[in-house]
Design a protein around this ligand. Structure first.
Ligand SMILES: O=C(O)CCC(=O)C(=O)O
Ligand SMILES: [Fe+2]
Length: 368
């Protein structure tokens, strides 16, 4: 998950301390028992693709711009997931980050662990190498990840030193990271403006007041090694993200699934697109208009899968509550009990490994 504490279960498996059997999920959570289509078996029908080209070429009053805002709002309120085309990031830069990720994950374990003693930021969470979740957890995750605190360039450079042969290459890696995080940051903010506009609000003003500088985003490169038992084991459990929104670039292998009308739907990999999902924060901010989509990462026995995620977080100490301007404009009362974002975060993490992640449902005021 975008947001999770460091773990060691996959390392324990690689070192013979855990067996494949230890990784098998409780039957009701397994991909096959849930009658899911396994990775690649469907085409992502129902997860819309939205071309955001009009953002760069049209004025806000144009029909083309209005249609784009409508499509985004519709996707955010129907399934909470969509892919954006013409997103403004250079695909070559994303591919190059992916190549660095592959190189990092091919290192021996002790070198990968060498990166993880770095900082742990209160909002963006741990940074460094994370090898699955805890070995004592009942449902173990078949994944490893490298997590970066985007703003902390010194950490990025020292992490780069573990897998780049010389300073020059470490600098090149750091430049690619800069390009990608800058592009992700710009896009997240633009999408937040558009999604607020889709709620009938003055997007820029709301973003300025509630979004800018309130959090510290995190970037995570994930690796899901081939798994001999992909029908019994998962890469990541069903969960929603606690972010405002999350951006994800995935390779061509496929395995990210979203829960849609009771089915699991695989999101079609597209090299030129970014997957966007609404996070818990936006669901509450929008007073339940937008949905923080439940998703999971499935596995396959044949080939490794990689993804790059950007988690657009809100500040740790802010209250999680609907945007007052929205309630006023719609003459609505809040559908959620207010809570500290940090409290929601802890609650969400405590549920996810058990397969009990229900996003912000538990905060809903009954009868509303
Ligand atoms: O790698 C993926 O496909 C999904 C990652 C994800 O959902 C997460 O890290 O929160
Ligand atoms: Fe996620």
């Amino acid at each position: 998950m975008g947001d999770v504490v460091s773990g060691e279960c996959l390392a324990d498996f690689q070192q013979g301390k855990l067996t494949l059997k230890d990784f098998e999920w409780e039957p009701h959570l397994r991909p096959i028992e849930a009658k899911a289509k396994l990775a690649g078996e469907d085409d992502g029908a129902g997860v819309p693709e939205v071309d955001i080209g009009p953002l760069y070429r049209s004025d806000k009053g144009s029909a083309e711009y209005a249609a784009m805002v409508n499509s985004l709002a519709e996707a955010a309120s129907s399934c909470g997931f969509f892919q954006v085309l013409n997103h403004g990031l250079r695909v070559g830069a994303l591919e190059s980050l992916y190549t660095y990720g592959r190189r990092f994950f091919s290192l021996p374990l002790h070198l990968k662990y060498g990166t993880s003693k770095l900082s742990c930021h209160p909002t963006s969470g741990p940074s460094g190498y994370i090898c699955g979740n805890s070995s004592s957890s009942p449902n173990k995750w078949w994944t490893e990840a490298l997590r970066f605190p985007c703003q902390d360039k010194a950490s990025v450079l020292s992490m780069a030193a573990t897998f780049c042969p010389d300073d020059q290459e470490a600098q090149q890696f750091s430049d690619i990271m800069d390009e990608c995080t800058l592009g992700f940051a710009r896009l997240s903010q633009q999408l937040a403006v558009l999604l607020f506009q889709g709620l009938g609000l003055k997007g820029e003003d709301i973003v300025k007041e509630y979004v800018d500088d309130v959090g510290t985003p995190a970037l995570k490169i994930s690796h899901y090694p081939p798994c001999p038992e992909p029908t019994k084991i998962l890469g990541l459990p069903p969960h929603s993200d606690v972010s405002i929104l999350t951006l994800l670039w995935q390779d061509q292998v496929g395995g990210l699934q979203v829960r849609l009308n009771g089915d699991w739907v695989t999101i079609k990999p597209r090299q030129d697109a970014l997957v966007v999902n609404i996070g818990d924060v936006f669901q509450v901010w929008s007073n339940d208009c937008y949905i923080s989509g439940v998703h999971r990462a499935t596995l396959n026995a044949r080939e490794p899968r990689y993804s790059i995620g950007y988690f657009y977080y809100s500040g740790k100490e802010s209250m999680l509550t609907p945007i007052p301007e929205l309630l006023k404009q719609r003459e609505e009362s809040s559908k959620f009990r207010s809570t500290l974002l940090s409290e929601h975060r802890s609650y969400a993490y405590s549920k996810v490994g058990k397969g009990e992640s229900k996003g912000v449902e538990y905060l809903k005021i009954l009868g509303n």
